[in-house]
Design a protein around this ligand. Structure first.
Ligand code: EPZ
Length: 417
């Protein structure tokens, strides 16, 4: 499963380029099934989640080439509407293929995307919305089949601003008859990226980034070229690494306006952050200050995907901080691992109280999920001594060239396969 080996204690210094956004790439790649002809997707991160999406595209009959960050997809001859459960159960994001496959074939068969390390992650919002759009479903315990002759635009009011459900409805709504309006839609920047991509392919979608999205269905969508936005969570992760080690770095292409809460909270810890058109500069040289309370919330609130990483920073602050995780029900798996390194954290299911300590010490820890793994790498970089972070595959799902980038900044890390 791979192991990171980290020699802690170096401050991070220098400049790195932020990669394309994983959480933009996945829904955009899925939606290419719907587009007749060839699509060219640039700035696609070379990470295992993207490789899995490409595997599914090929199973559906698309021809796909991926080199140097550009994915070329020809979906002209796509002819299969079934996503094998052996893949869908391993990858939650496969659920976002449903809208595209239904829109292309009027049918989709998929294994349950299943829960994952951070929670149960049901798909009831997706099913409820699709049913209202005219999709019929049958289930046999392992597989779920959606089908229908004609899908109709309608009003969808989401119980929760679910990112994946918003994306799925946008994709199917783009080729449904009439107007689909999504109320209480997710507002993440990745929603805007998907809207921009689909509109370039001929869709008529407005309101992305607000809580109400309007989609006027069209007959067909066509392959197009698109540059994916940069990854705000990767950028935030490296900002936390610099905050924890006490260094300074320039994160090229990071967009501060899409990371306002991350920037504000790290500024509260005493980091100096400067925003430029082409990136973000961050420096931390004084004592880290605690942050009173951080509650994770849907965008534009503090992102749940940044919760483990900022927790690593706060383990070193001079005082007590509180983090409340409101989005996922089991996203604290990194806490016991951080405590093995000397962190002083008490917690229940949703709330963690972090009492800062002067230094963490290297040790043997385990990744339990993607962002939790990133938090352990951050802790290892700041700790004294050597840290072994097992199950590196979790981190490789979502961070392109993370070892090379950390080494470029002067960190001491290697990956033992
Ligand atoms: C997306 O997941 C992201 N993944 C997640 O990033 C991110 O944490 C999450 O949005 C929230 O921002 C991708 O974009 C590929 P949700 P998604 O639907 O769409 C519940 C990472 O680290 N829910 O907004 O699956 C759900 O259980 C990953 O990059 C239902 O109850 O998230 C959760 O508690 C992790 N029923 C909450 O809503 C549903 O039908 C938010 O889920 C759907 C969701």
């Amino acid at each position: 499963m791979g192991r990171f080996i980290i020699e802690g204690g170096n401050t991070l210094k220098g400049e790195i380029e932020i990669s394309g956004s994983k959480n933009s790439a996945l829904p955009i790649l899925a939606s290419t099934v719907l587009l007749k002809g060839v699509s060219v997707i640039n700035n696609c991160p070379q990470i295992s989640d993207v490789f899995k999406m490409i595997e599914i595209l090929r199973i559906l009959g698309c021809e796909v080439e991926f080199s140097k960050g550009t994915v070329v997809i020809d979906s002209t001859n796509a002819d299969c509407c079934e996503i094998p459960s052996c893949i869908s159960e391993k990858m939650r994001s496969s659920v976002v293929f449903m809208g595209a496959v239904l829109g292309r074939f009027n049918e989709v068969i998929t294994g349950y995307p299943g829960g994952c390390e951070i929670g149960e992650r049901p798909i009831d919002f997706h099913i409820k919305a699709f049913s209202k759009m005219g999709v019929d479903f049958e289930e046999n315990g392992c597989y779920i089949r959606g089908f229908g002759n004609c899908f109709l635009g309608t009003d969808i009011n989401l119980d929760f601003p679910s990112v994946g459900a918003t994306e799925n409805i946008m994709i199917l709504g783009a080729v449904s008859k009439g107007i689909t309006t999504i109320y209480n839609a997710a507002k993440e920047p990745e929603i805007v990226d998907l809207q921009n991509f689909l509109n370039k392919a001929g869709a008529k979608i407005t309101g992305g980034g607000t809580d109400t999205i309007y989609i006027e269905g069209v007959k067909e969508l066509f392959g197009t070229e698109y540059n994916i936005q940069r990854d705000r969570i990767e950028a935030g992760t490296f900002m936390c690494a610099v905050a924890a080690t006490g260094g300074k770095a320039f994160l090229k292409y990071a967009k501060a306006e899409d990371m306002r809460q991350t920037v504000l909270r790290l500024s509260e810890t005493g980091c100096i952050i400067k925003e430029y058109n082409d990136g973000i500069y961050i420096k931390r040289e004084n004592i880290l200050k605690p942050v009173n309370i951080i509650r994770t919330e849907p965008y534009p609130g503090f992102p749940t995907d940044m919760q483990p990483q900022i927790m690593s920073v706060l383990t070193l602050a001079k005082g007590t901080s509180i983090i409340i995780e409101t989005v996922f029900e089991s996203r604290f798996k990194h806490i016991l691992e951080l405590c093995k390194m000397g962190a002083d954290i008490s917690f229940n299911e949703r709330t963690a109280v972090i009492k800062g300590v002067p230094k963490l010490k290297g040790g043997f820890v385990n990744c339990r999920d993607l962002r939790g793994g990133a938090s352990l790498i951050i802790a290892g970089l700041s700790a004294s001594g050597r840290t072994f972070v097992d199950n590196s595959v979790y981190v490789e799902r979502g961070y392109e060239n993370i070892v090379e980038k950390i080494c470029l900044l002067g960190g001491c890390i290697k990956l033992q396969k």
